[in-house]
Ligand binder design. Structure first.
Ligand SMILES: *[C@@H]1O[C@H](CO)[C@@H](O)[C@H](O)[C@H]1NC(C)=O
Ligand SMILES: *[C@@H]1O[C@H](CO)[C@@H](O)[C@H](O)[C@H]1NC(C)=O
Ligand SMILES: *[C@@H]1O[C@H](CO)[C@@H](O)[C@H](O)[C@H]1NC(C)=O
Length: 948
């Protein structure tokens, strides 16, 4: 008897640990025991705090192996439960193949929809490989993906739950660890996913501002069915599911995940790593490597929505310039247009092109916003119709809302699906999948025409989920606004038989916003799912999530053709491979500390997704920011590739010149950024050429150090610089974790000195730079900063050498003209320099190899070399370059025995093109400081901190 309670307890434990539960009643309002059991599912309350569904599938859902032929497994629905959302396919197939060391496992049915995305599908070598294992235990077929070197199962569907019906598809797996990163686009409050409870993340491109105030699993602007897992031994793998339908993923205790989609097939690609950065490189070889932004695009950008006219934009940009804050880019939101119509200029913006000439003469650039939707009234639309360009259409004429169509003579007899966005009248949405190319050619030509009037340099594409206002709403919000209050909203056929608008399983992308009675539909905020593209070959239901991607592809072409330069495109909606064409900003955030924090995580995630030109709206978009928040956001944003202060209409101005403290902090942060841009640019160059991240989570470099697994608020620039921003109100210090290695402070606090690894609280007052550290074994290329990148690029180069414990360092510099379009890197004109440094007791050597040469691109000289932890005073008279003596300017050069920093500064010290191999050598002066006339003085910690 005494043993019984223990036995019961262990049974209870087994029951709660079993799982996961596959949700059988995800719809809002309605799961009752009766409704659940009517679906043939199990009802069992769960109060464990794990948020487990109370209505879940019975065991044994799945398929059996019918036959196998080579790498094709023919599967047949087993006798287990069916699903409530449509008839299960009786026969499906699993096929497998390898692309290099990438394993592809495809589950589905031939002839079903596949996303029309032009992935390169290349592979790069890996030291590891993956194999497929299959099993027929548990009354159903399952498969595992096994890492060869460790025999670990990375994917394991023996958990059950495989379902394949026309519009409800589900696959589930156990995971080898809880260290999972990625999936998107969602607002993640931690970098690492949380497997302590069931969480379902919706994925459907939606015009939806992030909510950082609390845990919220709703879907935002883009879709990324991709994740990375770090396994218990520190090896990492990635998984991509090529599927563009409305979809979702549930992370669940186990750890396990359940993926569901409502169309297409399960076309899965497994990337073996084994390091996280290798996973990213393999992923990007497959989906496409990121574009290289123009050099100026790494400069600081000032934007806002709600400029009353050009005069106000001029005033704010001038205020920032007058404050001595480095700035490269002015950005105009939809205000510049005439009543929000693309390719037009508003009345309050006359003189825009003259102002552009002024900006260009200051070395500045202009980025303009364009929305995809084209008003059905004006010359751009007229030209589209004449050019036989296509727009998203209704399937047949009797679906057309004639009351809307009849208002527009040019659209009257067409099936064009007209919606409502910012312009006064109804709008049409260009069909970027048009295989005749008429649409794309017209789109490109509109940019060419407009650029000849207003010479913009970069393009910002917004609203491309695509967003549509008021779909299916009797009283949309704009009825109560001054702009177009009378435009009839788009209504999608949600009653009757529309399988496209009302699929049996609507996904959490709908349910998160309510149910049908609260007008939550797949079409909410967008066009009708029944819509067609590419002459009826593509259904909007399937291709909606790639609208932003397809617009990006052709907008990048438009930028190239209209400017003749590579510039930069940024897009709100993204999909795997978007990074080839565009960057991304993290959307319409709110001016809150929570949003500053999630943006630090979001930028790391988009680097995983292959979109490294990413950042947030600095100081916050929605709402009123405040001095401290804006200051801290400027300081953090200075370390994001896309660095733009942006603000919404009606909110008080928030450019850094508004507050003296913010102006000073921004100037300081921007000067640091501009000084280190050669390194940031080299990282982008490498990511573009070879694939990879620019901003990197800390665990990428330290995957066996579990302390790094959830450091969401720290991040790396490449492998060599670690940034720990201030993200909490009132904080004047930061709790930093430095993984085991050599680190040096690169900020005001103990600049240049060694910081021991581990946890530390470091000083970070608002008047100081935020904590930045450089890793030992580094050589970082820099440049003396100026107030634009244009001017900075003419200044001398510098090297920062941060040696490892053995007194060595290495690094590289990639340098091109900053604006030529990169067709391919083999023929692209650029310089590459590789640096190596070593030191012994008697002296040191810096070796420079000119690994790739350009005859056309001239280079500033290398004038400054700063070396941390230099052991003893050098003999400044002993310097030689390739054996020839060289004079060091001893007035400007210093060695501090206290900080052990050697600072060598001599105008024209090294002409980098002087020889293919350059060796700068010198001897040390022996132990007596000053013996050789070397001028010793304490190094100022902060050479470019010009502020008072
Ligand atoms: C459309 O453009 C693509 C990409 O440039 C090209 O490959 C294709 O042949 C073009 N199609 C037509 C019908 O011209
Ligand atoms: C279906 O919806 C349309 C538009 O939303 C409406 O006009 C029509 O009356 C509805 N039909 C039925 C049978 O409810
Ligand atoms: C230091 O670097 C130079 C140039 O690369 C090389 O010739 C020399 O052997 C190196 N010395 C040590 C101790 O590694």
């Amino acid at each position: 008897m005494g043993k019984l309670p223990i036995l019961l307890l262990s049974i209870a434990l087994v029951l709660t640990e079993a799982g996961p539960r596959f949700d059988c009643y995800p719809e809002p309002n309605g799961a009752t025991q009766q409704a659940c059991e009517a679906r043939g599912c199990v009802w069992s309350q769960d109060n464990s705090g794990k948020n487990a569904p109370w209505c879940y599938f019975k065991d044994g859902v799945g398929y059996n192996l019918d036959s196998q032929s080579g790498s094709t497994y023919n599967l047949r629905k087993n006798n287990g439960p069916g699903n409530p959302w449509g008839g299960d396919f009786t026969e499906i197939k699993l096929t497998t193949k390898t692309i290099g060391n990438v394993l592809n496992v495809k589950v589905g049915v031939d002839g079903r929809y596949e996303p029309p995305v032009d992935f390169p599908r290349s592979s790069i070598p890996s030291s590891d490989s993956l194999t497929l294992e299959t099993s027929s235990g548990n009354d159903f077929f399952s498969f595992g993906v096994v890492r060869q070197s460790s025999n670990r199962k990375l994917f394991d569907t023996s958990i059950g739950g495989l379902i394949f019906s026309d519009k409800f598809i589900q696959i589930a797996t156990y995971l080898p660890s809880e260290n999972m990163y990625g999936w998107g686009e969602n607002t993640h409050q931690s970098l690492r996913h949380d497997f302590t409870k069931y969480l379902t993340w919706a994925m459907l491109a939606r015009d939806q501002p992030p909510n950082s105030g609390s845990l919220d699993t709703m879907n935002l602007y883009g879709v990324h069915p991709y994740y990375i897992v770090v396994e218990p031994d520190g090896k990492a793998h990635g998984v991509l599911i090529v599927n563009s339908n409305a979809q979702e993923v549930t992370t669940a205790p186990g750890p396990s995940l359940i993926y569901r989609t409502i169309g297409g097939n399960l076309d899965m690609y497994f990337f073996p790593g084994p390091s996280p950065e290798e996973v990213t490189r393999q992923y990007l070889a497959f989906v496409g490597k990121p574009f290289l932004p123009a050099y100026w695009a790494l400069g600081y950008q000032l934007s806002r929505y709600g400029y009353k006219g050009l005069a106000e934009m001029k005033t704010r940009i001038q205020a920032v310039r007058d404050a001595g804050i480095p700035i490269d880019i002015g950005v105009a939101d939809i205000d510049y247009m005439q009543r929000y119509k693309d390719f037009t200029t508003g009345d309050d913006w006359s003189g825009f092109s003259d102002y552009m000439k002024d900006m260009h003469s200051w070395g500045m650039k202009l980025i303009l916003i364009f929305d995809p939707a084209i008003e059905a009234t004006y010359p751009s639309f007229q030209r589209a119709i004449s050019a036989n360009a296509k727009f998203i259409e209704w399937e047949n004429k009797d679906q057309v809302q004639q009351d809307i169509q009849n208002l527009y003579p040019m659209a009257k007899d067409t099936k064009i699906m007209l919606g409502v966005v910012w312009p006064d009248n109804h709008v049409a949405f260009p069909d970027f999948l048009d295989s005749t190319n008429n649409t794309q050619n017209w789109w490109i030509q509109e940019f060419v025409n407009y650029q000849s009037q207003v010479p913009f340099d970069g393009i910002w594409i917004d609203m491309n989920e695509p967003s549509n206002f008021g779909t299916n709403q009797n009283h949309p919000w704009y009825f109560d606004s001054d702009d177009h209050p009378n435009d009839a909203p788009l209504f999608c056929p949600t009653n009757g038989s529309s399988a496209w608008e009302m699929p049996p399983y609507k996904t959490h992308a709908v349910w998160r916003f309510g149910d049908a009675s609260s007008s939550a539909f797949l079409a909410s905020n967008t066009l009708c799912m029944v819509g067609l593209q590419d002459a009826g070959n593509q259904r909007f239901y399937n291709v909606k999530n790639i609208y932003g991607l397809t617009e990006s592809v052709h907008t990048q072409k438009a930028l190239f053709k209209s400017t003749g330069k590579r510039g930069a495109v940024v897009s709100r909606s993204t999909f795997p491979s978007s990074g080839r064409y565009a960057g991304h900003w993290l959307g319409d955030n709110t001016a809150r500390w929570e949003d500053l924090r999630t943006s630090v995580i979001g930028a790391q995630e988009f680097n995983l997704f292959g979109i490294p030109y990413v950042g947030s709206d600095v100081c916050g978009f929605i709402g009123t920011t405040n001095e401290e928040l804006c200051l801290r956001w400027q300081q953090m944003g200075a370390f994001h590739s896309f660095f733009r202060n942006h603000n919404t209409i009606g909110a008080p101005a928030q450019d850094p010149a508004i507050w003296p403290s913010v102006a000073a902090a921004t100037k300081q942060a921007n000067l640091f950024r501009y000084q280190y841009l050669p390194y940031l640019f080299s990282l982008h160059f490498l990511a573009s050429m070879n694939g990879g991240t620019v901003i990197r989570p800390v665990f990428f470099e330290f995957p066996t150090d579990e302390e790094t697994f959830d450091l969401g608020y720290e991040f790396l620039w490449g492998s060599q610089i670690l940034v720990a921003p201030v993200v909490y109100q009132g904080a004047t210090s930061v709790d930093v974790y430095l993984p085991t290695d050599r680190w040096y402070s690169l900020f005001d606090w103990q600049y240049g000195s060694i910081v021991p690894p581990g946890y530390a609280t470091v000083s970070a007052p608002t008047t100081s730079r935020i904590p930045v550290f450089v890793r030992g074994m580094s050589i970082i290329p820099r440049q003396t900063p100026s107030t634009t990148t244009t001017a900075t690029r003419l200044n001398p180069f510098e090297l920062l050498i941060a040696p490892c414990e053995m007194g060595r360092g290495k690094g590289s510099l990639y340098w091109d003209d900053g604006e030529t379009i990169v067709n391919d890197f083999d023929s692209h004109d650029y310089h590459q320099f590789d640096f190596k440094y070593n030191t012994t007791d008697s002296g040191a050597t810096l070796a420079i190899t000119h690994s790739r040469k350009s005859s056309k691109i001239s280079l500033p000289t290398l004038d400054i070399i700063e070396i941390f932890n230099y052991p003893k005073p050098p003999n400044f008279r002993s310097f030689t370059i390739n054996g020839q003596p060289v004079n060091i300017n001893v007035q400007k050069s210093t060695y501090s025995g206290i900080t052990k920093t050697l600072y060598i500064s001599t105008p024209g010290l090294i002409d980098l093109t002087y020889a293919d191999s350059i060796a700068l050598r010198w001897n040390n002066a022996g132990s007596a400081p000053g013996a050789d006339g070397a001028k010793l003085k304490a190094l100022e910690s902060n050479r470019y901190d010009f502020e008072a």
